[in-house]
Ligand binder design. Structure first.
Ligand SMILES: C[S@@+](CC[C@H](N)C(=O)[O-])C[C@H]1O[C@@H](n2cnc3c(N)ncnc32)[C@H](O)[C@@H]1O
Length: 286
């Protein structure tokens, strides 16, 4: 039995694994597409309780459609995927919880496909129809490699794919599928964050220029550039303040000294930043 949760008041109230850095990257890339006159649908594979889907919905322009595909409370198609579902999502996830979270921020639901993402290989997402695809469903190699093929077919020229958990210790299958797509499937890296790999089958250099048009460093991020077997890629992360730097900040020190509840919130913010930087997922529903 899944416990019901109160309706979220703000986007952060929705449990999930979509954090500030990727929220900023998604928003920047989607807004830049819109500003450049690029239109297209948006697709998400793996939505859980809607944390990332709500942001994708924020960026929809008139005539564009968001489709989400998730098992929600349906059975998985194989034992390994079923084990993954039991371990991470079953206790908290229902389709109706996703729907009420989504409707707390949008007047209409997205198109919902409640099924294994493998059903999308039947071509129900028209080829070249999407400008952005977020792949965040099963983290097993066989599933992710299929999801990447779905993304490739769905994406229009220069469309972007974000692939979750491409480097976490507990998701080696995602790493294998992502780098296989780079080395044998024509996927071009654009951006790496601690949680997500961003790529395109189109013009990766143009996507990197779009990212570099923003002064991320001034906003408290680090920006680095790497070359991987001839592929240029950006890396974005948080500038993390050491406890000594935080102590040296007078307002922060005063807050720590004088206002215990504020100090508690500040400490929690630092811990959250460190957790995101290390890409350690919180416990579901935390
Ligand atoms: C990591 S969660 C998604 C998190 C979400 N994007 C967020 O931002 O919070 C993974 C989701 O994928 C779904 N899932 C797992 N295996 C799946 C499969 N084979 N087909 C469709 N959905 C699947 C789970 O039900 C779960 O909701």
């Amino acid at each position: 039995m899944v416990a019901t949760r109160p309706v979220p008041q703000k986007r952060d109230d929705i449990p999930g694994w979509f954090f500030g850095l990727d929220r900023a990257a998604f928003s920047h890339l989607l807004s830049a597409q819109t500003a450049a006159g690029i239109t297209g649908d948006v697709l998400e594979l793996g939505s859980y309780l809607g944390r990332s889907a709500v942001l994708l919905g924020d960026h929809l322009q008139p005539g564009e459609r968001l489709t989400v595909c998730d098992l929600f409370d349906s059975e998985a198609g194989d034992a390994e995927n079923a084990a993954e579902m039991t371990m991470s999502y079953r206790r908290t996830l229902t389709r109706s919880a996703f729907e009420s979270n989504y409707l707390a921020f949008h007047s209409e639901l997205p198109e919902i496909v409640q099924a294994p993402t493998s059903v999308l290989a039947d071509g129900r997402i028209p080829a070249d129809s999407c400008r952005f695809v977020h792949v965040d469903a099963s983290h097993l190699y066989e599933h992710v490699s299929g999801d990447i093929l779905v993304a490739r077919s769905a994406l229009a020229e220069d469309g972007l794919v974000a692939l979750d958990d491409y480097r976490s210790e507990h998701t080696p299958g995602v790493s294998a599928a992502v780098w296989e797509a780079v080395f044998t499937g024509g996927l071009r890296p654009v951006l790496l964050t601690p949680m997500k790999f961003y790529g395109t089958w189109g013009d990766a250099a143009a996507a990197r220029r779009t990212l570099l048009a923003r002064d991320w460093r001034a906003e408290g991020y680090t920006v680095d550039e790497d070359t991987i077997a001839g592929h240029h890629v950006l890396r974005l992360n948080y500038q993390v303040k050491t406890p000594a730097q935080i102590q040296r900040s007078t307002p922060r020190r005063l807050a720590l000294d004088l206002l215990p509840p504020v100090a508690t919130r500040a400490t929690r913010r630092v811990l959250r930043t460190l957790r995101e930087r290390r890409a350690v997922p919180p416990t579901p529903g935390a």
